[in-house]
Ligand binder design. Sequence first.
Ligand SMILES: NC(=O)c1ccc[n+]([C@@H]2O[C@H](COP(=O)([O-])OP(=O)(O)OC[C@H]3O[C@@H](n4cnc5c(N)ncnc54)[C@H](O)[C@@H]3O)[C@@H](O)[C@H]2O)c1
Ligand SMILES: [Zn+2]
Length: 369
Amino acid sequence: VSAGRTVRVGRGSHRYAVRIGPAALAELPDVLAQLGLDGHRAAIVTDRTVERLHGSRLRAVLGGAAEVSLFSVPPGEREKTRRRWEEITDGLLAAGFGRDTVVMAFGGGVVGDLAGFVAATYLRGVPVVQLPTTLLAMVDASVGGKTGVDTPAGKNLVGAFHPPRAVLADLELLRTLPARELRGGLAEAVKHGALADAPYLRRIGRAADALLRAETRPVSWLVARSVRIKARVVGRDPLERSERALLNFGHTLAHALEAESGFTMAHGEAVSVGMVAAARIGEALGVTRPGVAGEIAAALARLALPTRFPEGSDAAALLARAALDKKGREGRPRFVLLRDLGEPHVVGGDFTHEVEPAVVRAVVEGMTG
Ligand SMILES: NC(=O)c1ccc[n+]([C@@H]2O[C@H](COP(=O)([O-])OP(=O)(O)OC[C@H]3O[C@@H](n4cnc5c(N)ncnc54)[C@H](O)[C@@H]3O)[C@@H](O)[C@H]2O)c1
Ligand SMILES: [Zn+2]
């Protein structure tokens, strides 16, 4: 008996199921058959860490059912490049993969974005199935159809929208995930609660200890709830023209902080601090109900995530970077702001808001050390 659940995402021909459970991977053959992809040649894209830990499990699940090739890249954000895209694409071409190809993205968000971009472009597009192996990829990256690679000019600047045909989030895979990576996924789940679902945020805080132990029940519930929230936002704005920008809550200062730390600070940690800062900025502007920043910070602290800028942070440098963020115009940083927990501040169709640099600076300085 499978203890799994299914969340349906997308619309029309872009509808797909996200299966979540302790043995979701075992459902892969059935899922492929239902999609009419069971006779296809499978191209598994993964990274070497995931291959070492879980590669044999995926191969066992696929059995002799389909012809399978494996493309494995070294782990890490640095590998999300056009060069890896080219290598994998050339590998597929050399092996004679045709239109009857199904790409399987077996890894974290890096593999998901890279494999998704390979699938989006190979022979002008072949199906991709997302098999996320990190909590961040389960709650965020595997859903919504954004794919792409990084360039020296910045992250995610070359890519395509290419929704998966299915997503299988197998919670057993999280047993090997380092604690820091787990917390990164939890930070994005807190983001979903803060933006769209106050009871969810509070429940994450209460379940913090079980979540940090990656217990199946609470994690299954968390992935399902986050996927629903992300799917709802993405469903209303699939190509990120407007509302989807809400999912950048906390990310304006997070991107600045990540860059300023020389990327020693993890993305999830930076998002954690960035969300508290965005809530404080909203409170300072009189937009956000007082107390919201405190509630967000309390949930994050229970998850052992940071809620203050590291000692010695340079507010002016962070501000300069935040203003350069792709959301910024005319040197002023733009922020997603909340009115209350679960309730974003939206004015006349604007989902992000320019904020006076002095306000940002005062909040950053008040939250440093
Ligand atoms: N497409 C989107 O909508 C979207 C959304 C959010 C983030 N992203 C992208 O996702 C990426 C970050 O994803 P991530 O945090 O999953 O990083 P990641 O893919 O680099 O994985 C983090 C680390 O965990 C390892 N790992 C993966 N699964 C494991 C497991 N089960 N056990 C042990 N180790 C495991 C990986 O080898 C890697 O070293 C970024 O590139 C970001 O831009 C995309
Ligand atoms: Zn993020």
